[in-house]
Design a protein around this ligand. Structure first.
Ligand code: SF4
Length: 251
C-alpha cells in the first residue's frame, strides 16, 4: 500500500475533517500506518543481534531493564564463550548469574537462560521450532520458565521467522492513540495480541520492522504522558492528535 498522509480514517471512526472533505473514505489499517512510518523513519534494522541465538539471549536479558544493560551482559557472555544456546544449556544458573548481574533479577534471569537453552535443545534447536506450527511453538515457549507472551512473540518473530506481532506497551500506546487499535485491545498484552492475530498481516520480516518502527515512535514522540506530537511521523494519521486531547490510551 502506498503511503499517503490524509484521507484515511481509523476503523470505526470518521473524523470530521475527513468526512467533510472530498468525501473520500478508506480504512486506515496497521499496514498503512507501518508504511507511513517506514517512509518517514527508514528501516530500523532490528533485532540488534549478530545471530538468532544472541537475539533469544537478549530477549531474556532485556526483560524489565534498559537495552544498554542487556547489551553489556551479552558482551560479557561473548567474552566468556557463553553467548550460545549450547553453551548456556551446559551451565548452572549459579555460575551464570555473576556474568549478567547488571541486568537486574540476575539469579532469575540466569535460571531463565538455562531453561530456555535446554528447551531449544529438546526441540531440535532453532530449526525444530522454525519448522513447527507457529501457534504450537508459541504455546511451547510460554511453558518455559521465565518466558511471557512478549518474550515469546519477540523470539517467534525475530529468531524463528514466524509471523508474530509484538504487542508491547509501545505498540499498544501508539496504535491505540492513532486509532487503529481499539481501546479494548490496548488494555493488555494478550488482548492486543489476539486483536493483532485477526487484524495485522505480514511475514516475520514486516512484522518485525513494524514493531521496531512503533517502538521508535513510542520512545521519541508518543510518550506515556505529554506525547510530543509535533514532528511525529504518525501525526497526519493520528486520532489523538486530531482530537487535540492530552488524555488517551496509555496516557
Ligand atoms: S501524533 Fe502524538 S499521539 Fe499520535 S502517535 Fe504521534 S506522538 Fe502519539
Amino acid at each position: 500500500m502506498a503511503p499517503t498522509g490524509g484521507g484515511l480514517v481509523p476503523r470505526g471512526e470518521v473524523p470530521g475533517a475527513a468526512a467533510g472533505g472530498t468525501g473520500f473514505r478508506a480504512v486506515l489499517d496497521v499496514d498503512h500506518v507501518g508504511q507511513v512510518l517506514l517512509a518517514a523513519l527508514g528501516p530500523q534494522g532490528w533485532w540488534p543481534a549478530e545471530t538468532a541465538e544472541e537475539m533469544i539471549i537478549g530477549a531474556v536479558l532485556t526483560q524489565a531493564v534498559a537495552w544498554e544493560n542487556a547489551r553489556r551482559a551479552i558482551a560479557r557472555l561473548k567474552a566468556a564463550g557463553l553467548c550460545s544456546l549450547a553453551a548456556l544449556a551446559a551451565q548452572s544458573p549459579d555460575a551464570l548469574a555473576p556474568l549478567i548481574r547488571e541486568t537486574g533479577y540476575f539469579n532469575a534471569k540466569a535460571r531463565k537462560l538455562v531453561a530456555l537453552a535446554r528447551f531449544f535443545a529438546g526441540k531440535g534447536g532453532l530449526d525444530g521450532l522454525r519448522r513447527a506450527e507457529p501457534a504450537w511453538a508459541r504455546r511451547e515457549l510460554l511453558g518455559v520458565y521465565g518466558v511471557g507472551p512478549e518474550t515469546a512473540d519477540a523470539i517467534l518473530c525475530y529468531a524463528l521467522s514466524h509471523p508474530a506481532f509484538v504487542a508491547d506497551a509501545y505498540a499498544r500506546r501508539v496504535l491505540g492513540r492513532i486509532g487503529v487499535m481499539p481501546a479494548s485491545a490496548t488494555a493488555s498484552y494478550e488482548a492486543a495480541a489476539a486483536w493483532a492475530a485477526r487484524e495485522v498481516r505480514g511475514d516475520a520480516a514486516w512484522l518485525g520492522e513494524l514493531h521496531a518502527l512503533l517502538v521508535a515512535v513510542g520512545k521519541d514522540h508518543c510518550k506515556k504522558t505529554a506525547p510530543a506530537c509535533a514532528g511525529c511521523p504518525a501525526a497526519s494519521l493520528c486520532a489523538y492528535r486530531a482530537a487535540g486531547t492530552r488524555a488517551g490510551p496509555g496516557g
